[in-house]
Design a binder for this molecule. Structure first.
Ligand code: ADP
Length: 372
């Protein structure tokens, strides 16, 4: 089976690493010849992510085309599908998810709970007053890792320019994620719901805890919502649903990603089948594996130290590897730039309190050679 992947970042890298043992062959499209998917035994096509011609050429050369990033040319995906080529998740799924407003609207129409929302062309005082505060403004397109999101506490808060989605600001008790694999016949196989922690300064996910410390009813409801959301957007492959558990105990959908997701990295070692292999199984029509959790897992993202700028230098590897149950994943990024995602560490243990305790010892740090 020959798989094409649009995007050559860490998610593509982990897809390849899980597909090689299955005998799969990979061709990756990425603008950088030094991307994390380079030097992995995959063929690399160097092209822009919006290069329709290059994407179409790739889609015609492989058995299945998938993607690891949402900001790609979606028309090329649809053109390939019209030609009978297999693109999974489909161009239609991606088109909906790429536009945060369209995504919200579709989930709302499917009867799934989310914050109150509205579409805004240019956010002026009157529109904001009409909607009410506190609110959250999100650019409809192009945001990621908290970029393109502004928390509007009052009329003086800095706003974003451009077509936006406006949402009520909900009182969040915990952020959760439900990662599911959905096959072409619509059957879902979900990993246990996990808990996400963010750096409050910049909204980047720092830690993922599996299983989430929530009531059994909440976990079941998260699974129902995540699977319904994946079905609503017609996703074939991994679909990750980020959820808010509100201070009143309600679950609301924040957003979806129709691809392997940071909140599912723990499954590589923490579940019987990891999300990357599960994605490959789903998109290529192979049986889904068991998503059963093995013990507990805590995943920490390794971001380049704030202010980093230069060739990546890894510190603390020896101490980290000395932790029982620690699994280190470095993404092969040559340049450390401030807070760039450079790797992650998952620590597994039989029980969560032990995994949390062990994860405290993660000493891995990445900085730039020329820093300071
Ligand atoms: P991104 O796509 O960049 O990850 P999100 O839509 O997930 O953006 O928003 C980033 C973060 O902002 C969320 O993880 C959450 O902490 C906060 N946030 C987003 N929407 C809301 C909301 N409606 N109410 C409260 N907090 C929110």
């Amino acid at each position: 089976m020959h798989i094409g992947i649009v995007g050559g970042g860490q998610l593509g890298r982990m897809i390849i690493l899980s597909g090689l043992p299955l005998g799969m062959r990979f061709t990756v499209l990425d603008p950088s010849e030094n991307c994390p998917c380079a030097h992995l035994g995959a063929e690399l096509v160097v092209a822009a992510l919006d290069d329709a011609e290059a994407i179409e050429r790739l889609g015609r050369a492989v058995d299945v085309l998938t993607y690891e990033i949402e900001h790609i040319n979606v028309d090329a995906l649809s053109a390939l599908e019209q030609d009978g080529r297999r693109v999974r998740p489909s161009g239609e799924t991606l088109a909906v998810v790429q536009d945060k407003y369209e995504q919200r609207r579709l989930l709302h129409e499917a009867g799934l709970p989310g914050p109150r929302f509205a579409a805004i062309d240019e956010l002026d005082d009157e529109a904001l007053r009409g909607f009410g505060m506190p609110a959250v403004q999100k650019l409809r397109r192009g945001g990621y890792d908290g970029r393109g999101v502004a928390l509007l506490a009052g009329p003086e808060s800095p706003r974003l320019r451009g077509a936006s989605l406006l949402e009520e600001r909900v009182a969040v008790e915990k952020e959760l994620a439900l990662v599911t694999a959905r096959d072409a016949s619509g059957v879902c196989s979900s990993f246990d719901v996990c808990e996400l922690e963010f750096d409050p300064q910049n909204n980047i996910c720092t830690r993922v805890i599996a299983p989430a410390r929530v009531e059994a009813d909440t976990a079941r409801e998260a699974e129902r919502l995540g699977e319904a959301a994946a079905a609503a957007v017609g996703c074939v492959g991994i679909c990750a649903t980020e959820l808010f558990l509100t201070t009143e105990g309600r679950l609301l959908i924040n957003e979806l990603a129709p691809r392997p997701h940071n909140s599912g990295h723990w499954t590589i070692e923490g579940a019987e089948t990891g999300q990357f292999e599960q994605h490959l199984r789903a998109v290529s029509g192979l049986p889904l594996g068991s998503p059963r959790r093995r013990g507990a897992a805590v995943m920490r993202n390794i971001l380049a130290e704030p202010g980093s700028n230069g060739a990546a230098v890894v510190r603390g590897l020896t101490e980290t590897l000395a932790i029982p149950g620690a699994h280190v994943h470095l993404y092969g990024k040559a340049e450390a730039r401030s807070r760039r995602k450079m790797g992650h560490v998952t620590v597994t243990a039989e029980h969560l309190d032990e995994a949390l305790r062990r994860a405290e010892g993660i000493a891995l740090r990445i900085e730039g050679e020329r820093d300071g």
